[in-house]
Design a protein around this ligand. Structure first.
Ligand SMILES: Cc1ncc(COP(=O)(O)O)c(C=O)c1O
Length: 386
């Protein structure tokens, strides 16, 4: 038996998405920029995919730009906006719990003379609208906040942040939302919230790795990250990944088809995992209940080193992570759990379990059977008390 519980790191390609990839690779081989019919067919696929993604966000198709994934979409939004609006101000706002693709983009901008305010989060990992209000300055040109935290599943109160930003009644700052861990599972409508830029990624919703998109509200100027042809209206030049883009659109359709039912099922699964973990001394990191998403759970087993637990679970066919996949090889403690003020022991014993719409009940049952045994064995080995 196996249980794949690391869907926030990546998801497996859904069978229907794989079929879509095969269809494009075998039947639509053209370059979308070519003027003959093979090219036009490829361009049609892009057009269709763009409308599908735009439809789920409730925005116009021309406001969607395909990228190589969430990291590129975040960089394009943040560095692109900072470069384009630097004459109007040099102050930027983000949060301490962002994904490295956001945090490191801001750090690079600091090196270039921008000032960045990093909003703190409480012990529950939530940022507050009051903190945002206090951080805003006359020269703030960009605010970037994530939708769902990838390490512990906290939901950012977008409605509350939206109110603060609307009260400003000026064109700036622009508001960017990294929705990589939310798109396709939760609804987010940029226009009604006043979001100007929004990033998403395919491989978190059963599409392939290496494809994503940026919503950029019409009228906003972004400096491209690189220069080339006229693809994606020259904001993201380079021959488009037609198969990946069509696969992203297919994955989004599948994700939205039964979204609410999927969430209900995941809620039950998460509850079951929480009860099982608590029964063997686990402590939940981050918010519980409606302040967190039902598909990400971060839990510490104090006294049991997370890395050892990860490998012991792996030996039994259960995949979990010790944080976000992109920083899991780093030796420094999680910046997210550190920002929440958790103590070192709690951070060192934290694992993340993350689910997707394709997670099966049998995987949860298996994890709930194996976890208590493995935790008890490791507790005995490390002499840890509950
Ligand atoms: C919140 C968040 N933002 C951005 C990314 C980066 O996306 P990608 O892997 O498509 O570059 C990730 C990936 O883990 C993420 O969790």
């Amino acid at each position: 038996m196996k249980a794949y519980l690391d869907n926030s790191a990546t998801t497996f390609i859904a069978p229907e998405v794989l079929a879509e990839l095969k269809r494009i690779y075998s039947q639509v081989p053209g370059n979308p920029s070519s003027l003959y019919s093979l090219g036009m067919e490829a361009e049609q696929e892009l057009k269709r995919s763009r409308s599908i993604i735009a439809g789920f966000l409730g925005v116009q198709a021309k406001e969607i730009y395909f990228t190589s994934g969430g990291t590129e979409a975040n960089n394009l939004a943040i560095r692109g906006a900072a470069a384009a609006y630097s004459r109007q101000g040099k102050h930027l706002v983000t949060t301490a719990t962002e994904h490295p693709s956001v945090l490191n983009a801001f750090r690079a901008l600091e090196e270039k003379g921008f000032q960045v305010t990093y909003l703190p989060c409480g012990r529950e990992g939530r940022i507050s609208a009051c903190d945002l209000k206090e951080a805003l300055r006359e020269d703030t040109i960009l605010v970037s906040t994530m939708f769902v935290n990838n390490e512990m599943g906290a939901l950012t109160p977008l409605e509350e942040l939206s109110q603060v930003l609307r009260e400003r009644k000026q064109n700036l700052p622009l508001w960017h939302v990294d929705a990589v861990q939310g798109f396709g599972r939760l609804e987010v409508k940029p226009e009604s919230l006043g979001i100007d830029l929004l990033s998403l990624s395919g491989h978190k919703i059963h599409a392939p790795k290496g494809v994503g998109a940026l919503y950029c509200r019409g009228g906003i100027q972004l400096e491209p990250l690189f220069y080339g042809g006229e693809q994606e209206r020259a904001l993201r030049p380079g021959t488009e990944n037609v198969a990946g883009i069509a696969a992203l659109a297919k994955a989004a359709e599948l994700a939205f088809a039964d979204r609410e039912k999927d969430l209900e099922r995941l809620e039950e699964f998460k509850e079951k995992l929480i009860s099982c973990c608590k029964a063997c001394g686990g402590v939940v990191n981050g918010p519980e209940g409606s302040a967190a998403v039902p598909y990400i759970l971060n839990i510490s087993f104090p006294g049991v080193p997370a890395e050892v637990l990860l490998h012991s679970l792996d030996a039994k066919g259960i995949s979990v992570s010790t944080g976000s996949a992109c920083s899991s090889r780093q030796k420094t403690p999680s910046h997210v759990l550190s920002a929440m003020g958790l103590d070192r022991n709690r951070i060192k014993s934290a694992i993340r379990m993350s689910l997707s719409r394709l997670t099966g009940k049998e995987e949860i049952d298996y994890a709930c059977q194996v976890l208590p045994e493995v935790v008890a064995e490791l507790r005995a080995l490390y002499g840890a008390r509950r």
